[in-house]
Design a protein around this ligand. Sequence first.
Ligand code: OXD
Ligand code: MN
Length: 594
Amino acid sequence: MIASITGFKAPTKNKMVLDWIRAMAALCETDGVYWCDGSEREKTILTRQAIENGEVEELNQEKSPGCLYARSKENDVARVEGLTYICTKDKKDAGPTNNWMDPQEAYKKLSEIFHGSMKGRTMYVVPYIMGIPGSSFNKIGIELTDSLYVVLNMRIMTRMGKIALDELANSTNFTKGLHGKADLDDHRRFICHFPEDNTIWSVGSNYGGNVLQGKKCLALRIASWLGNKEGWLAEHMMIAGIENPKGEIRYVAAAFPSQCGKTNLAMLVPPDSMKGYKVWTVGDDIAWMRIGEDGRLWAVNPEAGFFGVAPGTNMKSNPNAIATIRKNTIFTNVLKKKDGTVWWEGMDGEPPAEGINWKGKPWTPASADKGAHPNSRFTAPARQCPSISPEWENPKGVPISAIIFGGRRATLAPLVYQAFNWQHGVYLGATMASETTAAATGKVGVVRRDPMAMLPFCGYNMGDYFRHWLEMGKKMKNSPKIFHVNWFRKDSDGKIVWPGFGENLRVLEWILNRAEEKIGAVRTSIGFMPDPRDINLEGTGLSIAEFETKLLGIDQKEWLDEVEAQNEFFKKLGSSLPDEIKKEQQTLLERLLT
Ligand code: OXD
Ligand code: MN
């Protein structure tokens, strides 16, 4: 079977594609080249092959039909920001927040690792579309990989195979991606982006965020670079439609850092006290946004699947995700139970009495090790989500009424506030900060600046990125209103005050009422804040007084320290920081001091 799917039988005449693949196959000294067509038949063959070679295991097909299980190397469980590079001729174009390597040096260094790395392996050609087939919003990529795990995940996360080659036809406009596992040695691991060549090379890893190149590499790093040149935005944002009891649907886009609740918000189920509301999922991680002819901002989710964090996903936090992942899902680094189903910390019900944990070791609830890695994942088709929006594949996208920035902050940031205007909103996004999570390697729980949740994903100079946002605002006749939220504020006992999850709809309701100028607000030094009577608190157990002090309180001393801390980040950006952002900070300081 393996022999019959190898060989260089090209389903395209695109010369640039063919020449490039020949060159990459020669570099990697692959045994054969297989072109993915994206068909169901191919899925069956490649899945069988991946099971035979141990890249995935089959789960219990009665209880979890079409589901697979994968375990990664212990040193390869998250994005590696320290090994992720933007390789531009001029270092200034990558900017001070990105790791930079000279393109010639990067190609040379990575070529040495790729050289001969696919001996005895097949190179799979994965043509894929980011965006809705046929839409002018699209970008096409081709990823060459020696990992069947990557192929099977890309099948879910993108529109892949023949459909992408047909759309590309003879065009030379595609992202050239090369991925190789090599020896999965973290000393020989690099995720390099060459925006000037529309090229991505990643080697030495098999973790989704490093190697499913359509996602972070193309749809954010390369796309944000292109968006700056072409006048649109590629953002780390979920997109959802909120339907009110009158049947009106308004769309929001929200940027939170990884593992801060974008997927849960995108799939939110309204609380009992908000009957008649419904949330429609458009996307859970990435938004591409352009200005429409009507002067509004229109957003598309370029992905076709969810690569979600498993731990903590349960019937309370996200019942729609639980329904989505019942079938055709790849689970990575969770615990495998004796009956061939999966489990993770924070799942409903009692932990299983035993299982095999993410490290492949026998596990019981008494084990010191976790059953699932904190960054263990599910990869599931978006169309399986019960709350998927009828508009999610609309090539035009959906019109955005509100943009929401947010982070995980135990103190300081109130539950919600609104920017005075677009420029102030860009400042709120630019100064966003959040506690780090397990989505990237490194220490967890440390507050760091993560502007617009794009620190690890902005493919160019962050100062130019802020300028681009400011310019976009000037071009819109009817720009979305900008808000900041923090679901994670703690009280003096260290307990998170706001109930979160489905209850966040109460805050979204306020946001949309404000976006449509239906209600007033309290003008404070940091922005517009809710009159607590305008937020539905019924059933939350919070009194208006508690809500005001614990969730909306502004601590002047803390805010002054915050302004000081922002300066450290601004210093890093140096002269690339737009004056408008500095000016917004200065006026905040003045408001705080009066
Ligand atoms: C993700 C991430 O996987 O942000 O979406 O790390
Ligand atoms: Mn993400």
